[in-house]
Ligand binder design. Sequence first.
Ligand code: GLA
Ligand code: ZN
Length: 678
Amino acid sequence: MDRTALFPNLNGILHGGDYNPDQWLDRPDILKKDIELMKKAKINCVTLGVFSWSVYEPVEGEFHFEWLENIIDNLYDNDIYTILATPSGARPAWLDEKYPDSLRVDAYGHRFHHGVRHNHCMSSENFRNKVKIINTKLAEKFANHPAIILWHISNEFGGYCYCDTCKKKFQNYLAKKFNHDINKLNKAWWTNFWSHTYGSFDQIEPPYANGETSILGLNLEWKRFTTFNMTEYMKFEINILRTISKNIPITTNFMKLYEDLDYYQMAKELDIISWDSYPQFHNDKESLEDTFFDNGFNHALFRSMKPNKPFMLMESAPGVVNWNAVNKYRRPGIHKLASMQAIAMGADTVQYFQIRKGRGGFEQFHGAVIDHLGTDDTRIFKEVSEVGDILNKISEVAGSVADNKVAVLFDWDNRWAVDDVKALAQETKNYDNTCIKMWQAFVKLGVDPDVISSDADWSRYKIIIAPMLYLLHDGEAEKIKKFVSEGGQILATYFTGYVDHNLLCYLNGFPGDGLKEVFGIISEEIDSFYPTDRNHILLKGYDNSIEVYDYAELLRVDTADILGIYEEDYIKGTPAVTKNQYGKGNAYYLACRVNPEELKPLFVRMLQDANIEIKHIPDGVEYHTRYGDRTKYEFYSNITDNAIMIDNVKGMELVTRTKIENEFLLNGKQVIVVKSEM
Ligand code: GLA
Ligand code: ZN
């Protein structure tokens, strides 16, 4: 595995975060102190200018970058590099006053008032013109500054705009997509249901909250369009920088499993993937381990968008956030575990929001490396410094990557379609969580699946787990056929292959589009359970029965072997788990919802068939691997407070610099990185 560190000149791993010196320009003493403290915390990089537009351009056409240049220079003199953001995350008041079409329109058709952030109309020409001017000036001024290592486009793109400009763009997008043939669209969306047939593309409105929300094809296309429009806007910003700044890579910061944008589409336009991770540790809904798994799934998702490169943890909270219902502090040791989880899963950076707390404003009580107290002896400061130390010790892992042969298929369109479908049980569809739990079951077997899209390159994988793949894109069934017939193993579940790309049901049996031959079954009914309903299945060769909840399909078996049957209710004795040999591979079908951890015997068998090493990871320990050149780095973290013995481990441990021969007693909250040659 060749490796390229994302930021080779920073001793490998980047440690830093959002820094807002523009809030402190009248306090040179504080700015000086900040640098001192950053150095103590082993911070080697900051992100500047994320929300600095009104300091750069206090009145239209009057620009001030001299302060920024000073800050960047001072930081650089102290070996602190800069990630420079474009300031388009929030607009100055003069801009909204003069160009009100920059303001977004909500789902009821009301234009927003000035304020808050991230709420622009991405189609507004006036807004784009102003962004073009400020970005051009910024790039011209700083593109060649040796401190700048990365461009950070805007901030956390998101949301919808229902204005007339966006509406017109949507209509044009649809006209293009359906070859200017409105009947084609009517057929695809089945619009003669309730007499909703359109006469022309001009009649199509976005799904206003008080308008047309009953055409599911329209709802889905609106989401696709919003991703298209946001991506087009993002490309517009990227192009401005690219023409001036040829060599500096570009990213934008994604959010945790964000609902409204298909990040797979946006990722294609970026040089580096980065995301903001804010797990709600110690909540009252799940175990600490589950919080880590949930966060880990996101790391896997973002990592897998560019599997041959490290990704970035762009933001995380030192200590606490201020926007949760309950803002609970990370307990001692958690900051290290969370930071190291990112590195273990393939990040080359640990970054925070924010370096120093602002005195006022919306985020004055959000965690920061430097608190209002302003000293280096706070608990959080010390925990951040500890992370800085560890990152220095393990800096050689930079550039190494995960290399997995198992993937969970997580499809954004499918996610939207499952969410919106008028079927199943509204409260328990849980597509995201179903994918996360499947992923988690494999992590517990020492395998750390990638999380991939339908249009990703699947050739590197031997096993694909595809939960609830209700919607099939054009060509996707063919892709699955090819994958399995060439020797791949796939596991699909209940609610697979019901509808095509336009949400029209397949005829002649689910899963459609030829997949019933791949799986050797047809699904005839899907039954939804009330929360207390249960069934059970018995896996062949195993005596214990597995609990079924939420959903169960009634299958007809054609060529598949039956691996498990239902034990109760009207489907008693009928198949619940099947396996069908197809070409050189196998297609497994799980007809009901169970806790994936209970399917361990099945997963073990799949892994063994694929010659993938299984490791038995003790409960409370997280395990991930990165590979670089001929070197393997194994990360173990103990998220419990108790020491746990790890066996079967050998190599040089980088944090403590000890040689491990066979076993290691991992203390509570300890993280180790074991290096071995391959
Ligand atoms: C987001 C934003 C930051 C900040 C943090 C606070 O991630 O990008 O500007 O508001 O949340 O947690
Ligand atoms: Zn708009």
